[in-house]
Design a protein around this ligand. Structure first.
Ligand code: SAH
Length: 387
């Protein structure tokens, strides 16, 4: 069965030619009343331009799949998933929890598959991919034989697609809490009720990188389930992890116990308030990690986001000992690395500290960045040293 055709405008054709993978509704001919799912894209002269996933509701009408004309069926989907899995064997070798399929980054638009040990958690975040959900589950079962496949389709972006929020078991056991080892440390994740699919897998390499500089007294702001704090603990005298979520800290405490770390404490607090008080009390640390949630989810919040980053980094720099390290992150796509560097530079000037850039990092490699799709580069992580 051939897929239905959707006509795209010359601007849509140009967008594809520029290497982008999204075509907006305004670049799709208005006559296109196609059903969500796989479609053939054609230009105004009815020439084939490739296949895409069509969404009838979202502003992103088409998500590019392939330039090839052969049917995008279960076999094609399996090829893509297996190619993604092969790449992870290179870049996530030895990791027990990682992103197996990173949506656009693996040319499987709006499909997330996260692996936690022998459990998989999936998200289908557009109408087109949602229609392929049962095929995705079949392929994953056949190719990877996981103990469990859960769906965490409670992501807010589904509302833009007119899709309901839903979670549950799609295959196998109802796995909820899993323990995996990351960078030699045991970590406990709640796949059913934790944030995202349970954990922030995109910070795995940055957590390991931070540990290379850790010593003395460390502070992990926005610790969630203790990701950085647990990784730093074996290298430090003491570590304090702060988060506003009591549920996340419960999970962090479970991991602390599993590892038998005695030098690790948690505090439920707003990090802005905590940092301000720590500065006033003249507390001092040898490493401070700042990993807040995205402050700029829209372009319009760019400036207010920068003010947030400035305040956090200013306070963090003030409470660092000479020779200490700041690990500062932004997961807002709308805040560039240049923006973050500038904000931290301003903070350093205000704090009267001289600061060197030790490492400029990004998301872990299992979250691929497509050269021609800037949106796929969202996470920035700077490791800085106070002289
Ligand atoms: N560093 C973590 C991920 C952090 S995600 C890791 O490596 O796994 C961001 C966290 O910030 C979430 O856990 C959220 O609960 C917390 N958070 C959001 N706003 C906060 C605030 N103002 N103060 C403290 N924690 C906050």
């Amino acid at each position: 069965m051939t897929a239905p055709s959707v006509t795209i405008t010359s601007r849509g054709v140009e967008r594809l030619a520029s290497g982008h993978v999204w075509i907006y509704r305004s670049d799709v001919a208005p006559s296109a009343g196609a059903e969500p799912g796989v479609v053939r894209m054609v230009d105004s002269k009815n020439c084939f331009c490739g296949q895409a996933l069509y969404s009838a509701q979202s502003q992103i009408a088409l998500r590019f799949l392939t330039r090839e004309a052969r049917p995008f069926d279960a076999a094609f989907l399996a090829e893509r998933i297996l190619a993604a899995a092969r790449f992870r064997r290179q870049v996530a070798a030895g990791a027990q929890a990682f992103r197996l399929v990173a949506a656009e980054g693996d040319l499987l638009p709006s499909l997330i598959v996260d692996r936690y040990g022998d459990c998989l958690v999936i998200q289908t975040l557009s109408q087109g991919m949602d229609r392929l959900k049962s095929t995705v589950v079949e392929v994953l079962q056949k190719e990877l034989a996981p103990r469990s496949i859960l769906e965490r389709n409670d992501a807010a972006v589904r509302a833009l697609e007119g899709l309901p929020e839903q979670t549950g078991v799609l295959a196998g056991e109802d796995a909820s809490e899993v323990v995996v080892e990351e960078n030699g440390v045991k970590m406990c994740f709640d796949l059913r009720y934790g944030q995202k699919t349970g954990g922030y897998l995109d910070q795995r390499e940055n957590r390991a990188a931070a540990a290379n500089y850790a010593r003395g007294r460390a502070l992990d702001c926005f610790t969630y389930t203790g990701g950085f704090a647990l990784t730093l603990a074996p290298h430090c005298e003491s570590v304090l992890g702060i988060d506003s979520s009591a549920d996340a800290l419960k999970q962090a405490q479970r991991s602390r116990e599993l590892n038998g770390f005695r030098n690790l404490e948690w505090k439920e607090a707003n990090c802005f308030d905590f940092l301000k008080a720590a500065d006033q009390e003249k507390q001092r640390f040898d490493m401070v990690v700042i990993d807040p949630p995205a402050f700029a989810r829209q372009k319009s919040s760019h400036d207010s986001a920068l003010r947030g980053y400035k305040e956090l980094n200013l306070r963090a720099l003030k409470i660092l000992n000479p020779g200490g390290y700041l690990v500062t992150c932004s997961c807002s796509f709308h805040v560039s690395e240049a923006d973050l560097l500038e904000v931290v530079a301003e903070a350093a000037l205000d704090a009267h500290r001289t600061v060197a850039v030790v490492e400029r990092r990004t998301q872990s490699r299992d979250h691929p960045i497509l050269l021609t799709v800037p949106e796929t580069h969202y996470l920035k992580c700077l490791i800085l040293r106070v002289l």
